[in-house]
Design a protein around this ligand. Sequence first.
Ligand SMILES: Cc1cc2nc3c(=O)[nH]c(=O)nc-3n(C[C@H](O)[C@H](O)[C@H](O)COP(=O)(O)OP(=O)(O)OC[C@H]3O[C@@H](n4cnc5c(N)ncnc54)[C@H](O)[C@@H]3O)c2cc1C
Length: 367
Amino acid sequence: MSDATPKTPRPLGSISLNFIPAAAGDAVAAATHAVPGGTGVPVEAPVVIVGSGPAGLTAAIYAARANLKPIVIGGVVGGGQLMITSDVENYPGFPDGVQGPELMGLFRKQAERFGARIVDADVDRVDLAGRPFGLWAAGVEYRARAVIVATGADAIWLGIESETRLRGRGVSACATCDGFFFRDKEVGIVGGGDSALEEALFLTRFATKVHLIHRRDAFRGSKIMQARAAAHPKIELHLNRTIEEVLGADHVEGLRLGKADGTGEERLPVQGLFVAIGHRPNVAVFSDWIETDEKGYLKTEGATTASNIDGVFVAGDVDDHRYRQAVTAAGEGCRAAIDAERWLEAQDAHDGQAAAEVAHSGVATAP
Ligand SMILES: Cc1cc2nc3c(=O)[nH]c(=O)nc-3n(C[C@H](O)[C@H](O)[C@H](O)COP(=O)(O)OP(=O)(O)OC[C@H]3O[C@@H](n4cnc5c(N)ncnc54)[C@H](O)[C@@H]3O)c2cc1C
């Protein structure tokens, strides 16, 4: 690109963030909201999927095509993390790239085509103690034989106005996704853990210079990663520095740094900023029920998407802090739907067998 706008041939501000309208989903929403405050008539479904990012909507496509009539409770802000990015160039099948919101609109359209019903609400309470499982969203109770949790993990941002304004216009939280856009540019990356150090090293493949900024006097990351970063000729360390402002009107033109001891400011002439200060898995309503790992992500068992609760499956970034990509999340959504389908089939076979045994013993045949 000739201008200094690394990732904004069509800036996020100019594109619609709305999903393609949810015809069937609206019908569910209308029906459920017609039950004011949930007057004791729960909405039942074989499978309820929580979350409408790549994992949740892929699970919905597979579950719907398996005739499981899934309901997706997709969040008040549906579509997931790709809704806050512009160009996605690494999702297979789009040789010219695709805008994040457009891609998620297509996911949704495909899920609805097979009958998935999507409700734009947050699940605020669950009861996973017994089956059917209970979930509550916007005052409506849902009952599901199987549940797929695909609530993702939100990137943690610095929280300054200029960062929010320039997201998708040079500010990103994903070096794997967006590093490529910064070929032959100078970039900043902020953070002090292993992720920040790894991403700084990754960015040296593209950028002419990488400024690694950390607010403390030492990194938290492993010694070996610190040594690699410190020794890299393209990486310049800026310790005891905070980012006060991302400079630029509609794309990143620099950073204004503050010194931790308050003795003044510095400016860095970067065209991109990567924020690598962590992710927060969206587990609040589930963490009392589903086991989490040491980082707070939901745990799955073995090579499956099964959680510690029989009939509850987990997919996407909410359990994956290693890959964090749309295609891996979608892959997990597919796996979770197949796991749920097989689990339901086994349940049906088991219930059928039990009923046959009861009938055979004569207990159920009493007049
Ligand atoms: C700036 C940025 C750029 C990125 N660019 C790329 C890229 O170019 N290519 C790529 O492959 N990946 C990219 N990623 C990563 C990608 O977005 C994620 O890996 C992917 O979205 C994860 O999918 P998911 O379905 O697991 O979770 P998410 O996409 O996070 O979706 C989770 C969904 O769950 C919903 N939810 C959460 N809690 C609840 C609740 N209680 N009730 C109901 N719903 C709930 C949320 O509203 C959300 O809709 C990028 C990420 C960021 C932050």
